[in-house]
Design a protein around this ligand. Structure first.
Ligand code: PEP
Ligand code: MG
Length: 328
C-alpha cells in the first residue's frame, strides 16, 4: 500500500475531463517539509505558524521565527507556501502568554483567539510580520489571517504588515518580490460580507474545521457531538457553494484547507461544488489524487446541483452509491 501511494507522488491530479486540481498540504513544523517531496504536493496551502509557539517554552524570538519561515521556504523551493498568522487561544493555549487576564473562558473556541488576539496584542503580530517579510526577501510571501469575522479585521491585519514593510523599505532591506494577502473563512458571519472582502483578497481559504463547528453550533473537540453533523450535510454543502458563487466574479482563488478535503467522499463533493484547490493532511494526498483522476467534474457538478436543489435524506449514502456506480 505504501508503495502504491509512493507511486502516486509523480501522478498529476487531473480529472477525467481535464481539470488540473491543485493539491497542497497542511503543515506546521520544519520537520513536515520533507513530506512535500514524498507526497508530490503542489505546495503548502496552510502552514500553522502557532505550532512553533506551542512547542516552545517561551515566546519564540523574531530571529527564531524568521529562521523557521526561511527554512520552510527554502525547503519548498518553487512551490508556494501559505503562512497563517498565529491562531492561538481557543484550544491552543500558551502558558507564557496571559489569556484574558487568567480567567478561563467558557467558550474558548468562540473566545479571544487568533486574529482577535493578534489585533489587540499587535506587538505579537508586528514581530511575526517582520519575520515573515524578512524571510520572504526576494520571493513571494503568501500570508493569511485566521478567524476573520468582519472585513475591517482583514484591513487592520494587512495594515500591520504594510507598516512593517515600510520599516524594512526605509532600512533598505531585501523585500518580498510580491505579497499576497488572504483571509480564512472560518466564521459564518464573514460569508455574509464576502462581496465586500473578496475584491481586497489575493485568495480565500476555507477552514472547514472551525466553519462547520460554528455553522452547527457543535464543538469540534467534544466527542459527544461527533455525530451531530456530517461534512456532507446539505447545510454545509449549500453554504460552501454559495461562497464559491459569491467570490467567482472577483476571480479570487478559493482553497479548502480543513480536514474535510482530505476525505474521499468529501473531496468528491467539493469538486462538485466547483472547488479546485485543496490543502490537506500529507497522508491524504495520494488517496485524494487517485480519486481526482477518476472524477468527471461535469458529472459530479450536475449530480450535486440536483441533490442540493432537493436534498436526499442521507447525502452520504447517496454520494457513496453514486461514486460506486461511477467506479470512483
Ligand atoms: C480550520 O479551522 O479548518 C483550519 C484549517 O484551521 P485549524 O484546524 O488550525 O483551526
Ligand atoms: Mg481554524
Amino acid at each position: 500500500r505504501q508503495q502504491h501511494y509512493a507511486a502516486m507522488r509523480e501522478v498529476e491530479p487531473i480529472t477525467r475531463d481535464g481539470t488540473r486540481i491543485v493539491v497542497l498540504m497542511n503543515a506546521g513544523l520544519r520537520d513536515d517539509t520533507p513530506m512535500l517531496g514524498l507526497t508530490g504536493a503542489d505546495g503548502i496551502g496552510l502552514f500553522r505558524t502557532e505550532f512553533q509557539f506551542l512547542v516552545s517554552a517561551t515566546l519564540p524570538s523574531r530571529e527564531r521565527q524568521t529562521r523557521l519561515y526561511r527554512d520552510v521556504l527554502d525547503a519548498a523551493g518553487d512551490r508556494p507556501v501559505v503562512f497563517r498568522t498565529v491562531d492561538i487561544g481557543g484550544d491552543k493555549v500558551l502558558p507564557y502568554l496571559r489569556h484574558n487576564d487568567g480567567d478561563a473562558e467558557e467558550n474558548p473556541a468562540m473566545g479571544w483567539r487568533a486574529l482577535r488576539v493578534a489585533l489587540e496584542r499587535d506587538g505579537l503580530l508586528k514581530v511575526q510580520a517582520r519575520a515573515l517579510l524578512e524571510a520572504s526577501g526576494g520571493r513571494t510571501l503568501n500570508v493569511m489571517f485566521p478567524m476573520v469575522t468582519e472585513p475591517w479585521e482583514f484591513d487592520a491585519a494587512k495594515a500591520v504588515f504594510e507598516g512593517q514593510l515600510n520599516f524594512l523599505r526605509q532600512r533598505k532591506k531585501l523585500l518580498p518580490e510580491a505579497i499576497r494577502y488572504g483571509a480564512m473563512l472560518e466564521v459564518p458571519a464573514l460569508a455574509e460580507c464576502l462581496d465586500v472582502l473578496a475584491p481586497k483578497l489575493s485568495f480565500l481559504s476555507i477552514g472547514t474545521n472551525d466553519l462547520t463547528q460554528f455553522l452547527f453550533a457543535a464543538d469540534r473537540a467534544n466527542p459527544k457531538l461527533a455525530e451531530r453533523y456530517d461534512w456532507l450535510s446539505p447545510a454545509i454543502l449549500r453554504f460552501l457553494r454559495r461562497v464559491v458563487t459569491t467570490v467567482a466574479p472577483f476571480g479570487t482563488d478559493v482553497t479548502v484547507c480543513g480536514e474535510m478535503g482530505g476525505r474521499r467522499l468529501e473531496a468528491l463533493a467539493l469538486l462538485g461544488l466547483g472547488i479546485t484547490r485543496l490543502s490537506i493532511t500529507p497522508a491524504a494526498i495520494g488517496p485524494v489524487k487517485e480519486l481526482i483522476r477518476k472524477v468527471d467534474i461535469k458529472e459530479i457538478r450536475t449530480a450535486m446541483d440536483g441533490w442540493l436543489a432537493a436534498p436526499p435524506r442521507d447525502m452520504r449514502s447517496t454520494l457513496a452509491e453514486w461514486a460506486f456506480f461511477k467506479g470512483i
